[in-house]
Design a protein around this ligand. Structure first.
Ligand code: TXE
Length: 480
């Protein structure tokens, strides 16, 4: 059985304790590879190697860093097909999705930041002929980058690319549930000649690997994407150490459909926003608010649209939804559906496991599920489910829908559908979310500040915001 190794000081190495965890293919429910069950010793080795590489890498010219990163991006593309298959097998998502979204975004992330450092500039503040202030932005040291399982290579590269481009060295910890593409990526780093120690990847559990990484005295920057509960824990343990911290957490994102929206477009996008990646994207629109006048018509069209989605073999190009990421996660989603039923929610579509045949018999498939009849304030409409489950809720007025949309503890993203430009801007300004789309969803420009309000996170990443996060500003005042 294939064994995954840690990537420390430029080499693929076994965990110090020699222990491994099972890695399961969610589409079959079968173990197919082994993951290092690393511990503090592996983290110490990785941080030591990153710390040693920092003086060399931070003083390497931006041109040279950019060149090396561009080569990394080219080599990801060289292994494109292999990475698509690996991401799908590890995560359960359709290969067609991995080939359109996950894997193309990895080189795009790296090229974006490799280019950005060459076009960056710093500030100068003049004091009326008395003095000038200029601000240097300098790399900080070893960055701890922790990524989740829903978009494994996409989110790993979204963090390490700006960290490395800005001259930091990195210790990354991918999710133990989806480690494979990070492992393949470490081989690509070796192939690309990335200097030893610049990037280190340690696999294993959050408690045994994530904790010693975030609390290590030599990791002054921590960038984390994952669940809100984990984010809260990381904020608590890193605060007394005054680390620079960026948190991208969960969401319970509203999709607001006004009666004057382009109907077909709104139905189609709302369905995509609810069910893409089996509903396992922090930006998924899991609450659809529909203006009462078109509620019945919209509901029926959404059911018709979603009932055509094919749940099945991730390898089949016709498949729309593959398996959810793990058995535990499948059971959690199914228990939320049961809870919804007990609260009086009406299941309009799906609501159960999708049992397939042959080698997919034990896979973790859930039918796209649409629920109506639940109060906007109940736990199902307040807590993140992170599966192919969407709740539909009618509204009468603009004021009412703004209140309902803002009622959760989250504030990551929102979509508004209307043909009335003034209304679109008015509502967008009042929704408490870091990212708002009008008449679209998941249209990403890598330059924008990306992140959430309230319990959806802390700080923003994206574009020059990421380069700001991974550097320390230093003001220098020169008396004229
Ligand atoms: O996330 P975790 P999980 C949400 C979603 C999901 C829930 C839990 O609601 O159901 O989070 O998912 C590492 N110190 N999102 O359990 O546990 C862990 O090993 C340091 C939303 O996968 O937060 C993994 O690498 N690190 C989300 C990463 O944190 C720790 C995407 C994320 O795991 C740690 C995924 C610790 N103490 C889940 N404990 C999004 N916003 O996109 C765990 N980790």
């Amino acid at each position: 059985m294939e064994k995954i190794f840690n990537y420390i000081n430029g080499e693929l190495v076994a965990p110090e304790n020699g222990q491994y965890l099972d890695n399961i293919n969610p589409s079959t429910g079968k173990v197919y590879s082994l993951i290092p069950d690393s511990d503090k010793r592996d983290i110490n080795n990785a941080v030591k190697s990153a710390k040693k590489a920092f003086p060399m890498w931070s003083s390497t010219s931006k041109q040279e860093r950019s060149k090396i990163l561009m080569k990394l991006a080219d080599n990801i593309e060289k292994h494109f097909d292999k990475l698509v298959i690996a991401e799908s097998k590890d995560n359960g998502k359709p290969e067609s999705l991995a080939s359109k979204v996950d894997i193309p975004r990895a080189p795009a992330n790296i090229r974006f930041f490799a280019g950005a450092i060459l076009h960056d500039s710093s500030n100068l503040h003049e004091m009326d002929g008395v003095a000038i202030n200029y601000t240097l932005r300098q790399p900080i040291g070893v960055a701890a980058c922790i990524s989740p399982w829903n978009l494994p290579l996409y989110l790993l590269t979204w963090k390490i690319a700006p960290a490395l481009a800005s001259g930091n060295t990195v210790v990354a910890k991918p999710s133990e549930i989806t480690p494979m593409t990070a492992y393949l990526f470490s081989k690509i780093c070796i192939e690309s000649g990335l200097p030893k120690g610049v990037l280190n990847i340690v696999h294993g559990l959050g408690s045994k690997v994530g904790d010693p990484l975030t609390t290590h005295k030599d990791t002054p920057i921590v960038s984390f994407t994952g669940g809100t509960v984990t984010g809260k824990h990381i904020a608590t343990v890193t605060a007394p150490m005054f680390k620079k911290l960026s948190l991208e957490l969960g969401g319970k994102n509203p999709n607001i459909i006004f009666a004057d929206a382009d109907f077909d477009k709104a139905v189609s996008i709302a369905s995509r926003a609810a069910f893409t990646n089996q509903g396992q994207i922090c930006l998924c629109g899991s609450r659809i608010f529909i203006e009462e006048k078109i509620y019945n018509k919209f509901r029926d069209a959404l059911i018709a649209k979603a009932s055509k989605l094919i749940v099945g073999d991730p390898k089949d190009p016709k498949t729309n939804l593959g398996a959810v990421v793990s058995k535990d996660h499948m059971n959690k989603i199914l228990s939320k559906i049961d809870e919804a039923k007990k609260m009086g929610g009406k299941i309009l579509l799906g609501g159960e496991r999708n049992l397939l045949e042959g080698e997919l018999k034990e896979g973790y498939y859930i039918k796209p599920t649409i629920i109506e009849g639940l109060d906007y304030n109940c736990s199902i409409n307040q807590e993140e489910i992170f599966g192919p489950v969407v709740s539909i809720i009618p509204f009468k007025t603009e004021e009412e829908v703004i209140n309902m949309a803002n009622s959760t503890k989250y504030g990551l993203s929102a979509s508004i559908f209307t043909e009335n430009v003034s209304k679109a801007h008015r509502v967008a300004a009042k929704i408490d979310s870091g990212v708002i789309w009008i008449n679209t969803w998941l249209l990403r420009d890598l330059r924008i500040p990306f992140g959430g309000m309230k319990s959806s996170g802390l700080g923003r990443e994206g574009g020059f915001k990421s380069l700001d996060f991974f550097t320390e500003p230093k003001n220098i005042c020169v008396k004229i």
